[in-house]
Write a protein that binds this ligand. Structure first.
Ligand code: CDP
Length: 794
């Protein structure tokens, strides 16, 4: 008779276990970077450039040095003496740590002050006198790429224009041939605006260089501590084992905390030069004006269509506005991230993509903001294009998708851009979504409302996206292969500690990783503590971004638990005095085949590993696993929104939102739902209210949370969530990533709904955010509304 444990009861797979980390977060007992106080610690503030493009004539720091309590005033020139005025970026570019020659965007770091307290440091920054010679400013990549544009990166040898990369993928000739045979060609141009990940906690670091031991410890807000350690070792030429990076509790990351920022480097330099720990805490203004922007992409695309609705080919060109430095963190091979995952859920025979990156006088952009390296732009553009093409053919948008979506028996399938998609039930998800929203009834209601002058709209967004980079064959950052890791130690009493190379920023890894151990070993999840983010203790990993944790680190957790189970089986055989071949496993215990009552629990095996191991066996019960996934995971989602647009004001209200997500096996359904709701809230904000904009002089309009809007519970609509489960064929527990799906796929559902409400006006596109004045303007003029930043006319 089975004595297996009830998996859900012990907090294993499928249990909506409450988040263990919340016990400290909701009591104010989290340990964030600004909570850290080290003896003798000094404070650093940064002086930022008020101009977007200017030559630095002189920097006078004498008044700052004279302020009591100031310990160090650091300029680019001083950093240059230590070869640290510039640093390499994660995209093989260079970025100024402190400006020496020119400033290239408003908010760029020019100098910094280390003082006894942050207020003195701030006052001293204001006492620094910088003389600038203004230069022409460019905030629009189309202008930046024009032949006569002023050169922004004159620091780079051989750079004669503002192009920072060119990239191409697909079959140009085959695509041209397919277009020549098309019955109809649909075209769409759009701009995905610059947005900001807006974690509640800004960036910060406490650098502590101990001259006596030669050890550098940096506590910092990073989503990828091991990459930072390797980068610091290479750039600062310090031995890697003498560098310890600790990423404590993070108040959100969303991609913002992947790059290396000048503030981190300056705090390290500050600590080396003063011999004291130096803390840098970025304020909201500094964060909003200078760090980690997402998107800012211009897309111009075409679909070749047969008149029955079949898509024959796709081609598009993307220009990205990278800002002054190309500092994206993305796999080295792919200059524009995974934008070529666009259309992966559709059965399209051929396609061709060209892409170009432009330097402009804006802060560096292009981080994977809740996104797998630009899949957000790819999926938004895909779904806007699908809707426009359906409308061009006069075809129902759901039916158009049915014709082109891959079928459940199509897998595995290769996309025209080389990805292998391995599983999914796209039609089932779409139908579930349509049924949930009451598609046909809504269309009837819409027609009746239209006859009374009301404008209702329905928007669909269906997409699969690649989550879980690597595999190591194709994915690396700065040459470091993308895989991940886990290390599990089971103590004598059967309690355990798990460490991984990922780093949670609020996603709940401390809860869900323990659930995977529980599933594999039958140890109650409450008996497993999870630790991440300390490079001295955690195994080497690539960190958390691009929803890669579950697909890669989560898989490593399974694999290490299985290794531990394999050793525990040997211990069980020894305890039960039978050969290993006669041992069976059920959740939580081993037993003798044919004599199920004779068994030992996993905890008894753990005790034996330290007290009663067989002769010749190494003591202890622990192991580690490095997991290199065979493929990415491919979750699928169908988001449907209904809206009403007020033609008098352009204001649009969301009526309903239905979400169907298939992320394979769900470790913790409650956490998954939280991820989807959070993603949808961000999607709604991007569609409706958020953009980082600049005037023609490069002044950032909106480096504050009065102008850059975060959605609150007041304006965020309700979400109705549904689930389909198609296990990932290669993941050890069948899970696929989910963290970013709704933020990636959601925006198009809202914009498509508004565009559907305006379908009879001839307007084909309104760029995000779809603000009421843009909608009103579109209705009045019958013309598309662009959101591209201004072109300077002088
Ligand atoms: O990399 P990141 O943690 O941001 O994204 P993720 O791997 O998609 O996971 C987000 C959260 O959802 C984590 O706590 C996961 O363990 C959880 N999750 C889950 O419970 N089941 C899945 N199939 C996928 C994620």
């Amino acid at each position: 008779m089975s004595q297996a444990l009830d998996e859900v009861k012990i907090g294993g797979l499928g249990s909506s276990r409450q988040r263990v980390e919340d016990a400290r977060f909701i009591r104010g007992r989290g340990n964030y970077i600004d909570d850290l106080k080290l003896p003798g610690m000094l404070h650093m503030e940064i002086l930022r450039s008020p101009l977007a493009h200017a030559r630095i004539i002189s920097i006078d720091t004498s008044a700052a040095w004279a302020i009591p309590g100031v310990r160090l005033v650091l300029t680019g020139e001083m950093a240059a003496q230590r070869n640290l005025a510039w640093m390499p970026t994660l995209s093989y570019d260079t970025q100024a740590v402190l400006a020496t020659d020119k400033v290239r965007f408003q908010g760029q770091e020019v100098a910094c002050v280390v003082a006894d307290d942050p207020y003195i440091a701030k006052d001293a920054c204001e006492a620094i006198v910088v003389e600038y010679e203004p230069l022409p400013v460019i905030v629009n990549p189309i202008q930046s790429l024009a032949p006569d544009a002023p050169l922004i990166r004159d620091d780079k040898e051989g750079q004669t224009d503002n192009v920072c990369y060119r990239w191409e993928v697909g079959d140009k000739q085959g695509t041209d041939r397919a277009f020549a045979q098309a019955d109809h060609i649909s075209r769409l141009k759009l701009h995905y605006p610059r947005s900001h990940p807006s974690p509640i906690e800004c960036c910060g670091s406490v650098a502590d260089y101990n001259a006596a031991t030669g050890k550098l410890t940096v506590y910092m807000t990073t989503q990828a501590p091991h990459i930072i350690r390797a980068a610091v070792a290479l750039v600062a030429e310090l031995p890697e084992h003498m560098i310890r990076i600790v990423s404590p509790d993070l108040g959100g990351g969303f991609g913002n905390k992947v790059p290396v920022y000048p503030g981190y480097v300056c705090s390290i330099l500050g600590s080396i030069l003063t011999g004291k720990p130096v803390k840098w805490i970025e304020d909201n203004f500094g964060n909003l004006i200078s760090t980690g922007f997402g998107r800012d992409m211009y897309l111009d695309s075409e679909l070749a269509l047969r008149k029955d609705g079949k898509i024959l080919a796709v081609r598009f060109h993307a220009d990205t506005d990278q800002g002054a430095f190309f500092s994206d963190a993305q796999p080295s091979k792919f200059k524009i991230g995974l934008v070529h995952s666009a259309f992966a859920c559709y059965d399209i025979p051929v396609g061709h993509i060209t892409a170009r990156g432009a330097y402009t006088n804006k802060a560096p952009g292009g981080v994977a903001y809740r996104c797998s390296f630009r899949v957000t732009e790819a999926m938004f553009f895909q779904e806007r294009m699908i809707q426009a093409a359906a409308a061009d053919l006069g075809m129902d948008q759901a039916q158009f998708r049915r014709i082109n979506l891959r079928r459940a028996d199509d897998f595995p399938a290769r996309t025209p851009f080389g990805f292998l998609v391995d599983s999914g039930q796209y039609h089932k998800c779409l139908q579930l979504g349509l049924d949930a929203i009451g598609y046909e009834d809504f269309k009837r209601e819409q027609a009746q409302a239209r006859s009374r002058g009301r404008r209702l709209g329905i928007g669909i967004s269906t997409m699969t996206e690649p989550l879980g980079a690597g595999n190591s064959r194709e994915y690396d950052i700065l040459g470091i292969k993308m895989f991940d890791s886990a290390e599990l130690r089971v103590h004598p009493t059967g309690k355990a500690i798990l460490r991984t190379g990922a780093k949670t920023q609020g996603q709940g890894h401390e809860t869900t990783w323990a659930q995977i151990v529980s599933h594999e070993l039958g140890i109650p999840a409450d008996d497993v503590i999870v630790e991440e983010g300390d490079t001295d203790t955690a195994p080497f990993g690539m960190g958390t971004y691009a929803s890669r944790s579950t697909p890669v680190a989560g898989a490593a957790v399974s694999m290490v638990a299985r290794k531990v189970r394999a050793k525990a089986r040997k211990l069980a055989a020894h305890l039960l005095e039978v050969s290993e071949e006669d041992i069976e496993w059920e959740l939580g215990r081993f037993y003798v085949r044919g004599a199920a009552r004779r068994g030992v629990t996993i905890q008894e095996c753990a005790m034996a590993a330290y007290t009663n191991m067989p002769d010749g066996m190494e003591p202890g019960l622990e192991n580690n696993a490095y997991y290199d996934p065979p493929n990415l995971t491919w979750p699928f989602a169908c988001y449907i929104a209904t809206v009403e647009v007020d033609p008098e004001t352009g204001v649009w209200d969301v009526l309903r939102v239905v979400a169907v997500d298939d992320c394979g096996v769900r470790i913790n359904p409650m956490i998954v739902e939280g991820q989807i709701m959070g993603g949808l809230a961000e999607a709604y904000a991007m569609a409706n209210m958020q953009f980082m904009t600049y005037d023609a002089d490069g002044n950032m309009i909106g480096a504050n949370y009065i102008d850059y809007l975060l959605p609150t519970a007041w304006e965020t609509p309700g979400f109705e969530l549904h689930e389909v489960v198609t296990p990932c064929p290669h993941h050890p527990i069948g899970a696929k990533g989910v963290g970013e799906c709704a933020a990636v796929g959601g925006p198009a559902a809202f914009v498509n709904a508004v565009m559907n409400a305006l379908e009879d006006t001839g307007v084909r596109n309104i760029d995000m955010p779809v603000l009421p004045d843009r909608v009103w303007q579109a209705i009045q003029t019958g013309r598309d509304v662009s959101g591209a930043p201004p072109v300077r006319q002088d």
